[in-house]
Ligand binder design. Structure first.
Ligand SMILES: Cc1cc2nc3c(=O)[nH]c(=O)nc-3n(C[C@H](O)[C@H](O)[C@H](O)COP(=O)(O)O)c2cc1C
Length: 241
C-alpha cells in the first residue's frame, strides 16, 4: 500500500470513529432525556392503594346517613380513604373500562381532582385522578385550600376539609356526539358521581357537601385545568365534628 492510500485509509478510520462517537453521545443524551421524563412522571405519579369492594354498611344505611356536612375536625385523612372516595367518584369497575357512575354513550366527560391539604404521608398539592390506573398525577404544588376557599365565595368547608374533590368536565367529549343535549348529560353525570362520593363518605363516616357556588375562572386557574375543561362541583371531605 502506497503512502497516499495509507493516508486516505487513516483519514477514513478517523471519520468513522468520530461518527461512531457522535452517534453514541447522541444515544446517551437521548436516553438521559427519556429517563428524566420517566423520572419526572414517576415522581409526580402516585399509585393509590387498591379500593375495597365490601363494607359493613348497606346501601340503605348509607342513603339514610347521607347528609351535607360542612364542619370538620382538623384531623388528617388516610390515603386509603382518599383512594376510596376517588374510586367511588369515577373508578373503573370492569375490564371494558366502565365506571362507578353511568355516562351517556360511555364517553366519560368528567375529570376528578383532589386538592390535598392534610393527608397522612402525602404532600400537599393538586392532583388529577387517573381512573384507568387508579393513580394521582400532581398538577400543582402546595396547599391550595385557602385559594379554593376564596374562589368558593369564602365557604369555610373548603378551607377546613382535609381534601377537596373537584369535578370538571370536557363537554366536547359528549356534545360531539349528542350536540347541545350533551351539556345536559354532562350535568346529570356530575350528579351521579357526586352522589357516589356522598354515599362513600357516609360509609367511611366522613363528612362532605356538594358546592356549586364558586368563581369558575378562579377555580380553573387554581386547579391548572385545561382550556376545554369547566369546573362543576367542589366536594370538601373531612372528619365530621
Ligand atoms: C346543585 C347544588 C349546589 C349546591 N351548592 C352548595 C353550595 O355552594 N354550598 C353549600 O354549602 N351547599 C350546597 N349544596 C348543598 C345543599 O345545600 C344541600 O344538599 C341541601 O341543603 C340539602 O341538605 P342535604 O344534602 O343534607 O340533604 C348544593 C346542592 C346542590 C344539589
Amino acid at each position: 500500500m502506497n503512502k497516499k492510500n495509507k493516508y486516505i485509509l487513516a483519514l477514513l478510520a478517523v471519520v468513522i470513529l468520530a461518527g461512531a462517537a457522535a452517534y453514541v453521545i447522541l444515544l446517551l443524551q437521548n436516553a438521559e432525556d427519556k429517563s428524566n421524563i420517566t423520572m419526572k412522571n414517576k415522581l409526580e405519579t402516585i399509585k393509590l392503594p387498591e379500593p375495597r369492594y365490601e363494607s359493613e354498611t348497606s346501601v340503605e344505611e348509607a342513603l339514610l346517613a347521607r347528609r351535607s356536612v360542612r364542619d370538620y375536625k382538623s384531623e388528617s385523612l388516610t390515603l386509603e380513604e382518599v383512594s376510596q372516595i376517588l374510586w367511588a367518584a369515577q373508578g373503573i369497575t370492569d375490564k371494558k373500562g366502565s365506571r362507578t357512575a353511568p355516562s351517556a354513550g360511555a364517553l366519560y366527560p368528567l375529570e376528578v381532582y383532589a386538592v390535598v391539604g392534610n393527608v397522612d404521608d402525602f404532600s400537599e398539592g393538586v392532583y388529577k385522578y387517573k381512573p384507568q390506573c387508579h393513580e394521582l398525577v400532581k398538577v400543582a404544588e402546595g396547599d391550595k385550600r385557602m385559594e379554593l376557599y376564596n374562589a368558593a365565595l369564602n365557604q369555610s368547608a373548603v378551607k377546613n376539609a382535609a381534601v377537596a374533590v373537584v369535578f370538571s368536565a370536557v363537554y366536547e367529549r359528549t356534545t360531539e356526539k349528542y350536540g347541545e343535549r350533551g351539556e345536559r348529560y354532562v350535568h346529570l353525570e356530575t350528579g351521579h358521581a357526586a352522589q357516589n362520593v356522598y354515599l362513600q363518605a357516609a360509609v367511611l363516616d366522613l363528612g362532605t357537601v356538594v358546592i356549586g357556588a364558586f368563581d369558575d375562572s378562579e377555580v380553573k386557574k387554581i386547579m391548572n385545568m385545561q382550556d376545554d375543561e369547566q369546573p362543576l362541583y367542589i366536594m370538601p371531605v373531612g372528619r365530621k365534628k
